[in-house]
Design a protein around this ligand. Structure first.
Ligand code: NAD
Length: 469
Protein backbone atom coordinates (compact mmCIF):
# COMPACT_ATOMS: atom_id res chain seq x y z
CA UNK A 1 0.00 0.00 0.00
CA UNK A 2 1.39 3.45 -0.86
CA UNK A 3 1.67 5.89 2.00
CA UNK A 4 -0.93 8.67 1.98
CA UNK A 5 1.88 11.03 2.97
CA UNK A 6 5.44 9.85 3.48
CA UNK A 7 5.80 8.02 6.80
CA UNK A 8 8.60 10.25 8.08
CA UNK A 9 6.43 13.32 7.41
CA UNK A 10 3.65 11.72 9.42
CA UNK A 11 5.95 11.25 12.41
CA UNK A 12 7.07 14.81 11.81
CA UNK A 13 3.48 16.06 12.02
CA UNK A 14 2.89 14.28 15.30
CA UNK A 15 6.15 15.79 16.55
CA UNK A 16 5.13 19.30 15.46
CA UNK A 17 1.81 19.00 17.27
CA UNK A 18 3.62 18.10 20.47
CA UNK A 19 6.29 20.78 19.95
CA UNK A 20 3.57 23.45 20.06
CA UNK A 21 3.14 22.70 23.75
CA UNK A 22 6.77 23.69 24.43
CA UNK A 23 8.77 26.90 24.21
CA UNK A 24 11.93 25.12 23.08
CA UNK A 25 14.09 26.98 20.52
CA UNK A 26 13.36 26.12 16.89
CA UNK A 27 16.95 24.98 16.31
CA UNK A 28 16.76 22.46 19.12
CA UNK A 29 13.44 21.11 17.87
CA UNK A 30 14.92 20.70 14.39
CA UNK A 31 17.92 18.88 15.84
CA UNK A 32 15.63 16.52 17.78
CA UNK A 33 13.38 15.63 14.86
CA UNK A 34 15.91 15.35 12.02
CA UNK A 35 17.55 12.04 11.26
CA UNK A 36 21.27 12.19 12.16
CA UNK A 37 22.58 9.56 9.74
CA UNK A 38 21.36 7.06 7.14
CA UNK A 39 23.48 4.37 5.55
CA UNK A 40 22.12 2.90 2.36
CA UNK A 41 23.84 -0.20 1.07
CA UNK A 42 23.60 -2.48 -1.98
CA UNK A 43 25.31 -5.83 -1.82
CA UNK A 44 25.45 -8.95 -3.98
CA UNK A 45 24.13 -12.29 -2.76
CA UNK A 46 24.48 -15.62 -4.46
CA UNK A 47 21.17 -17.43 -4.95
CA UNK A 48 21.01 -21.21 -4.62
CA UNK A 49 20.87 -21.54 -8.42
CA UNK A 50 24.24 -19.75 -8.71
CA UNK A 51 22.84 -16.43 -9.95
CA UNK A 52 23.78 -13.16 -8.26
CA UNK A 53 21.18 -10.81 -6.91
CA UNK A 54 21.86 -7.29 -5.69
CA UNK A 55 20.00 -6.45 -2.51
CA UNK A 56 19.31 -3.07 -0.96
CA UNK A 57 19.41 -2.34 2.74
CA UNK A 58 19.42 0.60 5.13
CA UNK A 59 20.41 1.50 8.65
CA UNK A 60 19.23 4.84 10.04
CA UNK A 61 20.54 6.37 13.25
CA UNK A 62 17.89 8.96 13.99
CA UNK A 63 19.26 10.47 17.14
CA UNK A 64 22.68 10.13 18.69
CA UNK A 65 21.78 12.27 21.73
CA UNK A 66 22.39 9.02 23.61
CA UNK A 67 24.55 6.10 22.58
CA UNK A 68 24.21 3.41 21.52
CA UNK A 69 21.33 3.93 19.14
CA UNK A 70 18.87 1.06 19.07
CA UNK A 71 16.23 -0.32 16.75
CA UNK A 72 15.08 -3.44 14.96
CA UNK A 73 15.77 -4.70 11.48
CA UNK A 74 12.95 -5.70 9.17
CA UNK A 75 12.85 -7.81 6.08
CA UNK A 76 10.26 -6.48 3.67
CA UNK A 77 9.91 -5.62 0.01
CA UNK A 78 8.24 -2.38 1.08
CA UNK A 79 11.39 -1.14 2.83
CA UNK A 80 12.51 2.34 1.85
CA UNK A 81 14.64 5.14 3.25
CA UNK A 82 11.48 7.00 4.22
CA UNK A 83 10.15 4.04 6.18
CA UNK A 84 13.46 3.34 7.91
CA UNK A 85 14.00 6.95 9.00
CA UNK A 86 10.40 7.23 10.24
CA UNK A 87 10.76 4.05 12.26
CA UNK A 88 14.12 5.23 13.61
CA UNK A 89 12.50 8.48 14.75
CA UNK A 90 9.76 6.51 16.50
CA UNK A 91 12.49 4.57 18.30
CA UNK A 92 14.06 7.80 19.58
CA UNK A 93 10.75 8.95 21.06
CA UNK A 94 9.87 5.47 22.34
CA UNK A 95 13.16 5.05 24.20
CA UNK A 96 13.00 8.52 25.69
CA UNK A 97 9.40 8.00 26.78
CA UNK A 98 10.13 4.84 28.76
CA UNK A 99 13.49 6.10 30.06
CA UNK A 100 15.75 3.79 28.10
CA UNK A 101 19.15 5.41 27.52
CA UNK A 102 19.34 4.93 23.76
CA UNK A 103 18.98 7.04 20.67
CA UNK A 104 16.65 5.68 18.00
CA UNK A 105 17.67 3.61 14.98
CA UNK A 106 16.16 1.22 12.47
CA UNK A 107 17.33 -1.10 9.75
CA UNK A 108 15.73 -2.81 6.79
CA UNK A 109 16.60 -5.19 3.99
CA UNK A 110 14.45 -5.03 0.88
CA UNK A 111 13.51 -8.68 0.32
CA UNK A 112 10.37 -10.80 0.28
CA UNK A 113 11.49 -13.31 2.89
CA UNK A 114 9.26 -16.14 1.67
CA UNK A 115 11.07 -16.20 -1.67
CA UNK A 116 14.44 -17.17 -0.17
CA UNK A 117 15.77 -20.45 1.17
CA UNK A 118 17.28 -20.60 4.65
CA UNK A 119 20.78 -20.74 3.16
CA UNK A 120 20.09 -17.65 1.04
CA UNK A 121 18.67 -15.78 4.02
CA UNK A 122 21.73 -16.67 6.03
CA UNK A 123 23.99 -15.21 3.30
CA UNK A 124 21.86 -12.05 3.21
CA UNK A 125 21.94 -11.51 6.98
CA UNK A 126 25.66 -12.20 7.25
CA UNK A 127 26.51 -9.85 4.37
CA UNK A 128 24.26 -7.08 5.76
CA UNK A 129 26.04 -7.42 9.14
CA UNK A 130 29.41 -7.23 7.40
CA UNK A 131 28.32 -4.00 5.69
CA UNK A 132 27.16 -2.50 9.00
CA UNK A 133 30.49 -3.38 10.64
CA UNK A 134 32.39 -1.67 7.80
CA UNK A 135 30.65 1.64 8.53
CA UNK A 136 30.49 1.31 12.33
CA UNK A 137 26.70 0.97 12.23
CA UNK A 138 26.73 -1.93 14.68
CA UNK A 139 28.43 -2.47 18.04
CA UNK A 140 27.54 -2.62 21.75
CA UNK A 141 28.41 1.06 22.29
CA UNK A 142 27.36 2.54 18.95
CA UNK A 143 24.34 0.85 17.40
CA UNK A 144 22.49 -2.22 18.64
CA UNK A 145 20.01 -3.77 16.18
CA UNK A 146 17.26 -6.18 17.18
CA UNK A 147 14.33 -8.09 15.69
CA UNK A 148 11.43 -6.57 13.77
CA UNK A 149 9.10 -7.79 11.02
CA UNK A 150 10.46 -10.95 9.46
CA UNK A 151 13.47 -11.11 11.78
CA UNK A 152 13.54 -13.61 14.63
CA UNK A 153 16.11 -15.46 16.73
CA UNK A 154 17.54 -17.34 13.73
CA UNK A 155 18.38 -14.18 11.73
CA UNK A 156 19.74 -12.51 14.88
CA UNK A 157 21.85 -15.62 15.54
CA UNK A 158 23.51 -15.31 12.11
CA UNK A 159 24.16 -11.62 12.72
CA UNK A 160 25.76 -12.05 16.14
CA UNK A 161 27.89 -14.92 14.86
CA UNK A 162 29.15 -12.75 12.00
CA UNK A 163 29.90 -9.88 14.37
CA UNK A 164 31.78 -12.15 16.78
CA UNK A 165 33.88 -13.54 13.96
CA UNK A 166 34.80 -10.14 12.53
CA UNK A 167 35.16 -8.11 15.75
CA UNK A 168 36.97 -10.40 18.16
CA UNK A 169 38.40 -9.61 21.55
CA UNK A 170 35.64 -7.69 23.30
CA UNK A 171 34.01 -8.99 26.50
CA UNK A 172 30.87 -7.07 25.59
CA UNK A 173 30.59 -8.59 22.15
CA UNK A 174 27.15 -10.16 22.56
CA UNK A 175 25.74 -6.71 23.38
CA UNK A 176 26.10 -5.84 19.67
CA UNK A 177 22.53 -7.00 19.00
CA UNK A 178 19.44 -8.07 20.96
CA UNK A 179 16.77 -10.68 20.44
CA UNK A 180 19.48 -13.37 20.51
CA UNK A 181 18.82 -17.02 21.21
CA UNK A 182 19.48 -17.81 24.90
CA UNK A 183 22.67 -19.73 24.14
CA UNK A 184 24.14 -16.64 22.45
CA UNK A 185 23.39 -14.26 25.33
CA UNK A 186 19.66 -13.73 24.83
CA UNK A 187 17.29 -13.12 27.71
CA UNK A 188 14.19 -14.95 28.90
CA UNK A 189 11.01 -13.10 27.98
CA UNK A 190 12.31 -11.19 24.94
CA UNK A 191 10.32 -13.18 22.38
CA UNK A 192 6.97 -12.31 23.95
CA UNK A 193 8.04 -8.89 25.34
CA UNK A 194 6.36 -6.58 22.83
CA UNK A 195 3.06 -8.47 22.95
CA UNK A 196 3.21 -8.65 26.73
CA UNK A 197 3.88 -4.92 26.83
CA UNK A 198 0.87 -4.31 24.56
CA UNK A 199 -1.19 -6.37 27.00
CA UNK A 200 0.03 -4.35 30.00
CA UNK A 201 -0.73 -1.08 28.20
CA UNK A 202 -4.27 -2.15 27.31
CA UNK A 203 -4.86 -3.51 30.82
CA UNK A 204 -3.83 -0.16 32.32
CA UNK A 205 -6.02 1.80 29.91
CA UNK A 206 -9.14 -0.28 30.52
CA UNK A 207 -8.46 -0.15 34.25
CA UNK A 208 -9.23 3.58 34.56
CA UNK A 209 -13.00 3.69 35.18
CA UNK A 210 -13.60 7.32 34.20
CA UNK A 211 -11.80 6.92 30.84
CA UNK A 212 -13.42 3.61 30.01
CA UNK A 213 -16.94 4.50 31.03
CA UNK A 214 -16.63 7.61 28.84
CA UNK A 215 -16.17 5.19 25.92
CA UNK A 216 -19.35 3.35 26.87
CA UNK A 217 -17.41 0.32 28.16
CA UNK A 218 -17.09 -1.27 31.56
CA UNK A 219 -13.69 -1.20 33.29
CA UNK A 220 -11.47 -4.29 33.13
CA UNK A 221 -10.51 -6.84 30.50
CA UNK A 222 -13.15 -9.47 31.26
CA UNK A 223 -15.29 -10.07 28.17
CA UNK A 224 -13.70 -7.31 26.08
CA UNK A 225 -13.96 -8.18 22.39
CA UNK A 226 -10.62 -7.97 20.61
CA UNK A 227 -9.75 -7.93 16.90
CA UNK A 228 -6.12 -8.24 15.82
CA UNK A 229 -4.48 -7.54 12.48
CA UNK A 230 -1.33 -9.64 12.09
CA UNK A 231 -0.91 -12.84 14.08
CA UNK A 232 2.86 -12.47 14.17
CA UNK A 233 5.13 -11.95 17.14
CA UNK A 234 3.41 -8.85 18.51
CA UNK A 235 -0.18 -9.73 17.59
CA UNK A 236 -0.08 -13.32 18.78
CA UNK A 237 1.42 -12.67 22.20
CA UNK A 238 -0.77 -9.63 22.83
CA UNK A 239 -3.85 -11.79 22.10
CA UNK A 240 -2.58 -14.69 24.18
CA UNK A 241 -2.07 -12.57 27.29
CA UNK A 242 -5.37 -10.74 26.77
CA UNK A 243 -7.19 -14.06 26.37
CA UNK A 244 -5.61 -15.35 29.58
CA UNK A 245 -7.08 -12.35 31.41
CA UNK A 246 -10.61 -12.87 30.14
CA UNK A 247 -10.72 -10.88 26.90
CA UNK A 248 -12.21 -12.65 23.86
CA UNK A 249 -10.47 -12.53 20.50
CA UNK A 250 -13.37 -12.26 18.05
CA UNK A 251 -11.49 -11.42 14.87
CA UNK A 252 -8.12 -12.00 13.21
CA UNK A 253 -6.88 -10.43 9.98
CA UNK A 254 -3.86 -11.85 8.19
CA UNK A 255 -2.35 -11.37 4.71
CA UNK A 256 -4.82 -13.77 3.09
CA UNK A 257 -8.02 -12.45 4.65
CA UNK A 258 -9.86 -12.15 7.94
CA UNK A 259 -12.07 -14.28 10.15
CA UNK A 260 -14.71 -13.34 12.70
CA UNK A 261 -16.37 -15.33 15.45
CA UNK A 262 -18.26 -13.57 18.25
CA UNK A 263 -17.89 -16.72 20.39
CA UNK A 264 -14.12 -16.32 20.31
CA UNK A 265 -11.18 -17.63 18.32
CA UNK A 266 -8.53 -19.79 19.95
CA UNK A 267 -5.38 -17.94 18.84
CA UNK A 268 -3.07 -20.82 19.84
CA UNK A 269 -4.99 -23.25 17.64
CA UNK A 270 -5.09 -20.67 14.84
CA UNK A 271 -1.35 -20.10 15.06
CA UNK A 272 -0.64 -23.84 14.94
CA UNK A 273 -2.96 -24.08 11.92
CA UNK A 274 -1.14 -21.24 10.14
CA UNK A 275 2.30 -22.54 11.00
CA UNK A 276 1.33 -25.77 9.28
CA UNK A 277 1.03 -23.71 6.09
CA UNK A 278 -2.77 -23.42 6.18
CA UNK A 279 -4.72 -20.24 5.46
CA UNK A 280 -6.79 -18.59 8.20
CA UNK A 281 -9.65 -18.73 5.70
CA UNK A 282 -9.74 -22.51 6.27
CA UNK A 283 -9.96 -22.13 10.04
CA UNK A 284 -13.40 -22.71 11.58
CA UNK A 285 -15.12 -19.36 12.33
CA UNK A 286 -18.54 -17.74 11.90
CA UNK A 287 -17.46 -15.41 9.04
CA UNK A 288 -14.61 -15.53 6.53
CA UNK A 289 -13.53 -12.45 4.57
CA UNK A 290 -11.16 -12.46 1.63
CA UNK A 291 -10.13 -8.82 2.04
CA UNK A 292 -7.74 -8.60 4.95
CA UNK A 293 -8.51 -4.91 5.55
CA UNK A 294 -12.19 -5.75 6.19
CA UNK A 295 -11.04 -7.32 9.44
CA UNK A 296 -10.24 -3.88 10.81
CA UNK A 297 -13.87 -2.86 10.50
CA UNK A 298 -15.29 -5.73 12.56
CA UNK A 299 -17.43 -5.01 15.58
CA UNK A 300 -15.25 -5.12 18.71
CA UNK A 301 -14.14 -3.12 21.73
CA UNK A 302 -10.39 -3.20 21.15
CA UNK A 303 -8.70 -3.24 17.75
CA UNK A 304 -5.00 -4.15 17.71
CA UNK A 305 -3.31 -3.37 14.40
CA UNK A 306 -0.11 -5.44 14.76
CA UNK A 307 1.12 -5.86 11.20
CA UNK A 308 2.03 -2.84 9.08
CA UNK A 309 1.97 0.93 8.97
CA UNK A 310 -0.80 2.98 7.28
CA UNK A 311 -3.59 0.49 7.84
CA UNK A 312 -6.16 2.89 9.28
CA UNK A 313 -6.37 5.81 6.90
CA UNK A 314 -8.87 8.55 6.07
CA UNK A 315 -10.43 5.99 3.74
CA UNK A 316 -11.53 3.50 6.45
CA UNK A 317 -11.28 5.45 9.74
CA UNK A 318 -14.99 6.26 9.74
CA UNK A 319 -15.86 2.58 9.55
CA UNK A 320 -13.71 1.44 12.49
CA UNK A 321 -16.13 0.17 15.13
CA UNK A 322 -13.65 -0.37 17.98
CA UNK A 323 -13.73 2.06 20.90
CA UNK A 324 -10.02 1.50 21.58
CA UNK A 325 -7.31 1.26 18.93
CA UNK A 326 -4.21 -0.28 20.49
CA UNK A 327 -1.25 0.25 18.18
CA UNK A 328 0.89 -2.87 18.38
CA UNK A 329 2.46 -2.08 15.00
CA UNK A 330 4.47 1.02 14.26
CA UNK A 331 2.55 3.73 12.42
CA UNK A 332 -0.68 1.81 11.74
CA UNK A 333 -2.82 4.97 11.99
CA UNK A 334 -2.16 7.87 9.61
CA UNK A 335 -2.35 11.46 10.81
CA UNK A 336 -5.61 11.99 8.93
CA UNK A 337 -7.10 8.83 10.43
CA UNK A 338 -5.91 9.84 13.89
CA UNK A 339 -7.93 13.05 13.59
CA UNK A 340 -11.04 11.20 12.42
CA UNK A 341 -10.82 8.63 15.20
CA UNK A 342 -10.12 11.32 17.79
CA UNK A 343 -13.20 13.28 16.62
CA UNK A 344 -15.25 10.09 16.97
CA UNK A 345 -14.03 9.70 20.55
CA UNK A 346 -11.97 6.56 19.93
CA UNK A 347 -9.19 6.06 22.47
CA UNK A 348 -5.86 5.51 20.70
CA UNK A 349 -3.00 3.90 22.58
CA UNK A 350 -0.11 5.17 20.48
CA UNK A 351 2.64 2.95 19.04
CA UNK A 352 5.34 5.14 20.52
CA UNK A 353 4.19 4.01 23.94
CA UNK A 354 2.30 0.76 23.42
CA UNK A 355 4.91 -1.34 21.65
CA UNK A 356 7.82 -0.12 23.81
CA UNK A 357 7.92 -3.49 25.60
CA UNK A 358 10.24 -4.93 22.95
CA UNK A 359 12.95 -2.34 23.33
CA UNK A 360 12.51 -2.40 27.10
CA UNK A 361 13.42 -6.07 27.32
CA UNK A 362 16.09 -5.60 24.66
CA UNK A 363 17.60 -3.06 27.02
CA UNK A 364 17.56 -5.66 29.81
CA UNK A 365 19.26 -8.11 27.45
CA UNK A 366 21.96 -5.56 26.61
CA UNK A 367 22.54 -4.87 30.32
CA UNK A 368 22.88 -8.62 30.88
CA UNK A 369 25.44 -8.81 28.05
CA UNK A 370 27.48 -5.88 29.39
CA UNK A 371 27.62 -7.43 32.87
CA UNK A 372 28.08 -10.95 31.52
CA UNK A 373 25.88 -12.46 34.21
CA UNK A 374 22.34 -13.79 34.19
CA UNK A 375 19.91 -11.68 36.22
CA UNK A 376 19.10 -13.43 39.49
CA UNK A 377 22.19 -15.61 39.40
CA UNK A 378 23.80 -14.05 42.47
CA UNK A 379 20.73 -13.30 44.56
CA UNK A 380 18.19 -16.04 43.70
CA UNK A 381 19.26 -18.60 46.32
CA UNK A 382 20.03 -15.94 48.92
CA UNK A 383 16.51 -14.46 48.60
CA UNK A 384 14.89 -17.89 48.80
CA UNK A 385 16.73 -18.85 51.99
CA UNK A 386 16.22 -15.45 53.56
CA UNK A 387 12.45 -15.70 52.87
CA UNK A 388 12.54 -19.16 54.41
CA UNK A 389 14.19 -17.85 57.57
CA UNK A 390 11.53 -15.11 57.89
CA UNK A 391 8.76 -17.74 57.60
CA UNK A 392 10.44 -19.91 60.25
CA UNK A 393 10.76 -16.91 62.57
CA UNK A 394 7.06 -16.06 62.12
CA UNK A 395 6.08 -19.69 62.79
CA UNK A 396 8.19 -19.91 65.93
CA UNK A 397 6.85 -16.57 67.23
CA UNK A 398 3.19 -17.44 66.58
CA UNK A 399 3.44 -21.17 67.23
CA UNK A 400 1.39 -21.76 64.06
CA UNK A 401 2.32 -23.30 60.72
CA UNK A 402 1.65 -21.75 57.32
CA UNK A 403 -0.99 -23.52 55.22
CA UNK A 404 0.33 -25.93 52.56
CA UNK A 405 1.42 -24.06 49.45
CA UNK A 406 2.04 -20.75 51.23
CA UNK A 407 5.58 -21.69 52.20
CA UNK A 408 6.40 -22.81 48.64
CA UNK A 409 5.04 -19.60 47.14
CA UNK A 410 7.08 -17.37 49.45
CA UNK A 411 10.27 -19.40 49.66
CA UNK A 412 11.47 -18.33 46.22
CA UNK A 413 14.10 -16.01 44.87
CA UNK A 414 13.65 -14.00 41.71
CA UNK A 415 14.78 -15.72 38.51
CA UNK A 416 15.73 -13.96 35.29
CA UNK A 417 12.28 -14.38 33.70
CA UNK A 418 10.53 -13.03 36.83
CA UNK A 419 12.77 -9.95 36.90
CA UNK A 420 12.29 -9.29 33.19
CA UNK A 421 8.50 -9.53 33.44
CA UNK A 422 8.43 -7.36 36.51
CA UNK A 423 10.68 -4.70 34.93
CA UNK A 424 8.56 -4.75 31.79
CA UNK A 425 5.30 -4.41 33.71
CA UNK A 426 6.70 -1.56 35.76
CA UNK A 427 7.85 0.26 32.61
CA UNK A 428 4.51 -0.10 30.84
CA UNK A 429 2.43 0.83 33.88
CA UNK A 430 4.55 3.90 34.66
CA UNK A 431 4.63 4.92 31.00
CA UNK A 432 0.86 4.79 30.65
CA UNK A 433 0.15 6.89 33.72
CA UNK A 434 2.86 9.37 32.79
CA UNK A 435 1.38 10.10 29.36
CA UNK A 436 -2.18 10.01 30.71
CA UNK A 437 -1.22 12.68 33.24
CA UNK A 438 0.40 14.85 30.57
CA UNK A 439 -2.63 14.41 28.30
CA UNK A 440 -4.98 15.51 31.10
CA UNK A 441 -2.78 18.46 32.09
CA UNK A 442 -2.42 19.75 28.52
CA UNK A 443 -5.92 18.80 27.35
CA UNK A 444 -4.63 16.65 24.52
CA UNK A 445 -4.63 13.05 23.31
CA UNK A 446 -2.29 10.28 24.46
CA UNK A 447 -0.20 10.38 21.28
CA UNK A 448 0.56 14.07 21.50
CA UNK A 449 1.24 13.61 25.22
CA UNK A 450 3.66 10.75 24.47
CA UNK A 451 5.57 12.80 21.88
CA UNK A 452 5.62 15.80 24.19
CA UNK A 453 6.97 13.76 27.10
CA UNK A 454 9.65 12.25 24.87
CA UNK A 455 10.81 15.38 23.18
CA UNK A 456 11.18 17.17 26.51
CA UNK A 457 13.35 14.31 27.75
CA UNK A 458 15.53 14.41 24.63
CA UNK A 459 15.78 18.20 24.96
CA UNK A 460 16.92 17.76 28.57
CA UNK A 461 19.73 15.48 27.44
CA UNK A 462 20.96 18.10 25.01
CA UNK A 463 20.70 20.69 27.78
CA UNK A 464 22.69 18.55 30.22
CA UNK A 465 25.39 18.08 27.60
CA UNK A 466 25.70 21.86 27.29
CA UNK A 467 24.27 21.88 23.79
CA UNK A 468 21.39 24.32 23.29
CA UNK A 469 21.58 25.46 26.96
P1 NAD B 1 5.96 -10.46 12.37
O1 NAD B 1 6.63 -10.58 11.07
O2 NAD B 1 6.27 -11.43 13.44
O3 NAD B 1 4.37 -10.46 12.20
C1 NAD B 1 3.68 -9.64 11.30
C2 NAD B 1 2.42 -10.39 10.93
O4 NAD B 1 1.62 -9.54 10.11
C3 NAD B 1 2.69 -11.67 10.12
O5 NAD B 1 1.94 -12.74 10.67
C4 NAD B 1 2.24 -11.30 8.71
O6 NAD B 1 1.75 -12.41 8.00
C5 NAD B 1 1.12 -10.31 9.03
N1 NAD B 1 0.80 -9.44 7.90
C6 NAD B 1 1.62 -8.97 6.94
N2 NAD B 1 0.93 -8.22 6.07
C7 NAD B 1 -0.34 -8.23 6.48
C8 NAD B 1 -1.54 -7.64 6.00
N3 NAD B 1 -1.54 -6.89 4.90
N4 NAD B 1 -2.68 -7.83 6.70
C9 NAD B 1 -2.69 -8.59 7.81
N5 NAD B 1 -1.59 -9.18 8.31
C10 NAD B 1 -0.43 -9.00 7.66
O7 NAD B 1 6.27 -8.95 12.83
P2 NAD B 1 6.19 -8.36 14.30
O8 NAD B 1 7.54 -8.42 14.89
O9 NAD B 1 5.02 -8.92 15.01
O10 NAD B 1 5.92 -6.83 13.95
C11 NAD B 1 4.63 -6.34 13.66
C12 NAD B 1 4.61 -4.83 13.89
O11 NAD B 1 5.01 -4.55 15.24
C13 NAD B 1 5.56 -4.03 13.01
O12 NAD B 1 4.99 -2.77 12.74
C14 NAD B 1 6.77 -3.85 13.90
O13 NAD B 1 7.55 -2.72 13.55
C15 NAD B 1 6.10 -3.66 15.24
N6 NAD B 1 6.96 -3.92 16.38
C16 NAD B 1 7.57 -5.13 16.55
C17 NAD B 1 8.37 -5.33 17.66
C18 NAD B 1 9.00 -6.67 17.95
O14 NAD B 1 9.62 -6.80 19.01
N7 NAD B 1 8.86 -7.66 17.12
C19 NAD B 1 8.60 -4.29 18.56
C20 NAD B 1 7.95 -3.08 18.36
C21 NAD B 1 7.14 -2.90 17.27
Amino acid sequence: MSHPIPFFKQVDRYFERAARFTDLPAGLLTQIKNCNAVYQVSFPVERDDGSIQVIRGWRAAHSTHKLPVKGGIRLTMMASEDEVTALAALMTFKCALVNIPYGGAKGAIQVEKREYSQRELERIMRRYTFELIQKNFIGPGVDVPGPDMGVGAQEIGWMVDTYMALVPGSVNVSGCITGKPLALGGIRGRVEATGRGVFFGIREAVGVPEDIEALGLTPGLEGKRVVVQGLGNVGYYACRFLQEEGAVVVGVAEREGAIHDPDGIDVDALLTHREAGESILDFPARTHMERSLDGLELECDILIPAALENQITEENADRIQARIVAEGANGPVTVEAHDILARRGVLMLPDVYLNAGGVTVSYFEWLKNLSNVRFGRMNNRFEASSNSRILQAVESLTGKEFAPGVRESVEVGAKEGDLVDSGLEDTMVEGFHEIREVARREGTDLRTAAYLTSLLKVADTYGERGIFP
